[in-house]
Ligand binder design. Structure first.
Ligand SMILES: [Fe+2]
Ligand SMILES: [Fe+2]
Length: 220
């Protein structure tokens, strides 16, 4: 599966891409082809941005007393929940070892604070970075799928939690789960790139201002 990568066209985009490639290098060095373990550890991180961005947008709506007209809060919190479900699924396939458990604790502490600060001061860069993260997730799950299909990794039965969540047939295998998760990651990539672009172009503020004016003008 070929993914159409977003071409960086601003300094903010280039920073987001550089950060992504740095994280990718670290992940490659640590996990190499241990895709099950890689999925477990990285999904614990993937569940952070949607929650941070959703929470911040929610708090912003409260203090500005302005409705979240674009529905970003729900979209972002849904993303966080979807990533948490990826983790619940992959932990049935690969159990993290002690070192990975420590890594998860440290990574969550560091990444939560990093992403929170990034989101407050540079939300467009933050969304763009997640858009790029998710492109890398699609690439990694495609590599995982190739290893399953060529027999390097056993195509075990899909865990029940995945069958229930994705409404897969009872005979579903790991490859079906990876395909379903990969489709989610592609969706997250598009969503976050879209949000970054909207923030950069100022469409969000413009359209909300337009809506505000039209709701005042309209008698209904
Ligand atoms: Fe994920
Ligand atoms: Fe994702």
């Amino acid at each position: 599966m070929e993914i159409k990568k977003f071409t960086p066209n601003s300094q903010s985009d280039r920073v987001a891409l550089s950060l992504t490639m740095l994280f990718r290098l670290l992940a490659d060095a640590f996990f190499s082809k241990r895709y099950g373990h890689r999925a477990v550890v990285l999904e614990t991180i993937a569940g952070v941005p949607g929650m941070v961005a959703g929470m911040w947008t929610h708090l912003k709506s409260l203090r500005n007393m302005q409705h979240d007209e674009k529905g970003w809060i729900k979209e972002l919190l849904d993303e966080a929940e979807n990533e948490r479900m990826h983790l619940m699924i992959f932990v049935e396939i690969a159990r993290p070892n002690l070192l990975e458990r420590w890594l998860i604790l440290a990574a969550q502490f560091i990444f939560w604070h990093f992403y929170f600060a990034l989101y407050i001061f540079f939300p467009a860069t933050a969304h763009r970075m997640v858009g790029y993260f998710e492109e890398q997730a699609v690439i990694s799950y495609t590599d995982y799928l190739k290893c399953i299909e060529n027999g390097e990794i056993e195509n075990v039965c899909a865990p029940k939690i995945a069958i229930d969540y994705y409404k897969l047939p009872a005979t579903a295998r790991l490859s079906d789960v990876v395909k379903a998760v990969r489709a989610d990651e592609l969706g997250h990539s598009k969503t976050n790139h879209r949000m970054a672009s909207e923030l950069i172009s100022g469409q969000t503020s413009k359209s909300s201002r337009k809506n505000e004016i039209s709701s005042k003008v309209s008698p209904n």
